[in-house]
Design a protein around this ligand. Structure first.
Ligand code: BMA
Length: 308
């Protein structure tokens, strides 16, 4: 029996998974995974994390009419910068982009990775042909940042994931200018005994729904076989996004298929982006085993339901 027939996950995997592998990249590379996702001018756009043969990641744009078959650009949209101050903090790669549209601009939070541990980088684009860095917008060690598409009380708001004395929980931070962030508070903790007991981090930029802001996040449990990454979802208050109002008990997606179980980092499903369809379906793009890109769908209604 296949994993789908058992229906242990509330999301449905696309039968043609994985949709992008290293073989689809128009130059030799190691892996492709953890893509930001948006629909722009009727096209599905993914900002792919492509890990080169030397082990550093750059971001490449992929475009598609149907969201399943993508054309991939050879020239990177963003690569580790050669200019300071980025050069020092991106020396080991630019990773895990998350895209949020505000007005006519897309903001991209990404992980700037260096020997000094990860920091959050911010870039922006209007047209997906030119990308401009805005700043390095956290201290180390912080990552998994997602920007809310609205301001609250005239401030920008993000979820992020600082590492604090061995803990890795989800926090919220506020900013007047997108560069300096503060008023930070913890909003969601790892859950002892659960699938998300060791580490959690935001995945998809928050989706506005009638019931609250829906956040699809990853959670980790450490097993005898290593770290096991799953996806779950949570709801935050519409008016005050620092208030957690619900959270899925079970994970919504767990590594079960061979392409999620086997790869550079086994037993990983990890998301950086989803597309909200007009028919109420959420198309979740996710990296599998840090090796390829997959897609799965769920109804928005079901995702909200499992948080309540
Ligand atoms: C996280 C990030 C992700 C990666 C995951 C599993 O910490 O580095 O980019 O997919 O680990 O290796």
């Amino acid at each position: 029996m296949t994993a789908k027939a058992l229906k242990r996950d509330i999301v449905d995997r696309y039968d043609g998974n994985p949709i992008i592998t290293a073989q689809d990249i128009p130059f030799p590379c190691n892996t492709v995974f953890n893509a930001g996702a948006v629909k722009h001018n009727g096209l599905y756009l993914l900002l792919l994390r492509v890990e080169g043969l030397e082990g550093k990641s750059a971001l490449h744009l992929a475009t598609s009419k149907d969201g399943f078959h993508f054309d991939i650009q050879e020239k990177p949209a963003m690569w580790p910068s050669e200019e300071e101050p980025y050069r020092t903090y991106e020396e080991l790669g630019v990773e895990d982009p998350r895209l949020t549209k505000m007005g006519d601009q897309y903001f991209i939070f990404y992980t700037a990775y260096s020997r000094y541990s990860p920091r959050i980088g911010l870039a922006k684009t209007r047209d997906f042909s030119t990308f401009e860095r805005v700043g390095l917008v956290s201290q180390p060690t912080n990552k998994d940042a997602v920007l809310f598409p609205k301001k609250f009380g005239n401030r920008f708001v993000r979820l992020d994931r600082p590492s604090t004395s061995g803990r890795q929980d989800m926090w919220i931070s506020y900013s007047d200018d997108l560069i300096y962030w503060g008023d930070s508070r913890i909003v969601m903790e790892v859950r002892p005994g659960y699938w998300d007991c060791a580490t959690i981090g935001a995945g998809v930029p928050p989706i506005e729904t009638e019931k609250g802001w829906l956040e699809i996040y990853h959670g980790v449990r450490v097993t005898a076989g290593g770290r096991l990454y799953r996806l779950g979802c949570a709801l935050f208050d519409l008016e005050d996004p620092s208030k957690l109002i619900g959270r899925s008990g079970p994970a919504i997606l767990s590594p079960r298929e061979p392409y999620e179980r086997t790869g550079d980092v086994p037993n990983v499903v990890f998301t950086c982006g989803a597309v909200m369809e007009e028919n109420g379906e959420v198309r979740i793009y996710y990296g599998a085993a840090d090796t390829c890109i997959c897609v799965a769908t769920a109804s928005l209604h079901d995702l909200i339901d499992c948080c309540e």
